[in-house]
Design a protein around this ligand. Structure first.
Ligand SMILES: N[C@@H](CCC(=O)N[C@@H](CS)C(=O)NCC(=O)O)C(=O)O
Length: 207
């Protein structure tokens, strides 16, 4: 078994899985792939490892592959349920899933649009950057910070009292927004800042 992950460690989706594994205490060998050199877009990688080309990808011992960060984490949750990171009770599981979907669609998606349409680092590989798309997406992200702040005023973590996969995804997205897209949350968002500090201080956050 091995996990294909990025070289620099800054890509948000591979970081989700590394953080999840650290929370579980599971060790998996990493194969580092250079995204900036497009090593994950070679015909060989796309035909053998992941037809979609993205990272991370988990290679199982039988040679088969699972792509998509949340799918990979679900695999490990099934293999080793403790500590649970997708909830235990039906209500917890539903709530964690709700937040995973919200963070993916309403937070990661616009941050990704800022990255694709607004970053000089992606200019060479994107056929046509649309600056208006970047600006509109920036506004969506800023507004979403407010939404998260209001929610976290009344909840310790996104899914309530339990730390979960939703927090991992949100932290990786927030760091990607701040560090690579110049989109940090405002310190005036005190509840979001409290959550951000708490989750960032977990040992897994350095994975
Ligand atoms: N939805 C996928 C996203 C995969 C993805 O787009 N990964 C990025 C890194 S965060 C990547 O590999 N980008 C380079 C590329 O697509 O060539 C997941 O959650 O794993």
């Amino acid at each position: 078994m091995k996990l294909y992950t990025d070289i620099g460690g800054t890509a948000p989706s591979p970081r989700r899985v590394r953080m999840f594994l650290a929370e579980k205490g599971i060790e998996v060998p990493f194969e580092r792939v250079d995204i900036m050199k497009r090593e994950n877009r070679t015909p060989e990688f796309m035909s053998r490892v992941n037809a979609m080309g993205g990272l991370p990808v988990l290679e199982l011992d039988d040679g088969s592959h699972i792509a998509e960060s949340v799918a990979i984490c679900r695999y490990f949750e099934a293999v080793q349920p403790e500590p649970p990171l997708f909830g235990v009770t039906p209500a917890e599981q539903g709530t964690v899933e709700m937040w995973i979907r919200r963070i993916e669609l309403n937070f990661m998606m616009p941050v990704g649009m800022v990255w694709v349409h607004g970053s000089p680092l992606t200019k060479a590989v994107v056929k046509r950057q649309i600056p208006e798309m970047a600006e509109q997406s920036r506004a969506l992200v800023r507004s979403y910070f407010g939404f998260l702040d209001r929610h976290l005023e009344h909840h310790e973590f996104l899914a309530g009292d339990i730390f979960s996969m939703a927090d991992i995804i949100a932290l990786c997205t927030a760091d990607f927004a701040a560090k690579l897209n110049d989109l940090p949350h405002s310190s005036e968002h005190t509840h979001l800042s409290r959550w951000y500090s708490a989750v960032s201080e977990r040992p897994s956050a350095t994975a």
